[in-house]
Design a protein around this ligand. Structure first.
Ligand code: ADP
Ligand code: MG
Length: 248
């Protein structure tokens, strides 16, 4: 069925720093979105709000399942997973790390063994399954973090810069795993990234957070300036106008 996330007039400030100022957008169920934006644009803030870890100052976030609003309860929180760039691991094996979320949900090993093995293979950690997670390289830990999130089959997967500061080999593995999940069309994926090529390859829609607003990329040539320099003039990056509610 999938979860559609509708945000409307979302605003968030920290002290007197306005970060998000009236963001409105509908993230359709089972679609993949990439969010671009300079450092400090508010991408992580938006992801934390979508993950129900933080409240907006004003505005609404609605989670619709089968067209009906879902209550913001523990059950909904369990359907949403946010993966941060800094992955914390438990001091146990790779396999135990990946299966932890399944065990606390009361699943038996026979029910998830195949799923876990497929995921370990997807992120290239099959050979490391009995290794202590704390002894993995940083790239392997990031792959473990993604596998651990994907294994619980969340309905909404939020990825905060999943490949930032990774080498090309690790980046490719993570991208392949995200693509695999996207192609199954059973998860709403929203990822922030600095890599426009990656956004084009993985996402159904490309968005940008700029000056506290969400814009949708119009498909016009992209200058790339959005990724490196703040204060970009409007339209220069081929971005459309801020999304208004009900516009899609
Ligand atoms: N908890 C917080 N307290 C104070 N300021 C914050 C907090 N979280 C984020 N910020 C500030 O909000 C702005 C947006 O941050 P962030 O959402 O992390 O941007 P991005 O992920 O696009 O780089 C930054 O200036 C950041 O320092
Ligand atoms: Mg961030």
């Amino acid at each position: 069925m999938g979860i559609t996330i509708d945000i409307s007039g979302l605003a968030k400030s920290y002290g007197d720093l306005p970060v998000l100022r009236g963001c409105s957008f509908t993230f359709q169920a089972n679609q993949t979105y990439a969010i671009l934006g300079v450092n400090g644009a508010g991408k992580s803030t938006l992801l934390r709000i979508l993950a129900l870890l933080e409240n907006p100052d004003t505005g609404e976030v609605s989670y619709l399942e089968g067209g009906r609003p879902h209550r913001k309860n523990q059950e909904l929180k369990r359907k949403i997973t946010l993966v941060l760039p800094q992955v914390g691991v438990f001091n146990t094996t790779v396999f135990q790390n990946v299966t932890y979320g399944l065990k606390i949900r009361g699943l038996h090993k026979r029910d998830y063994k195949v799923r876990v093995e497929r995921l370990l293979d997807l992120v290239g950690l099959t050979e490391k399954r009995e290794q202590k997670a704390m002894t993995l390289s940083s790239g392997q830990i990031r792959r473990l973090g993604l596998a651990r999130a994907m294994v619980i089959e969340p309905e909404v997967l939020l990825l905060d810069e999943p490949t930032a500061s990774l080498d090309p080999g690790n980046t490719k593995i993570i991208e392949t795993a995200i693509r695999d999940l996207r192609d199954q069309r059973k998860t709403s994926i929203i990822m922030s990234t600095h890599d426009f090529t990656q956004a084009r390859q993985l996402a159904d829609s490309i968005l940008a957070v700029e000056q506290g607003q969400i814009m949708e990329w119009s498909g016009a040539p992209f200058s790339g300036a959005l990724l490196s320099s703040p204060g970009l003039g409007e339209g220069e990056a081929g971005l459309g106008s801020p999304m208004k509610k009900g516009e899609r």
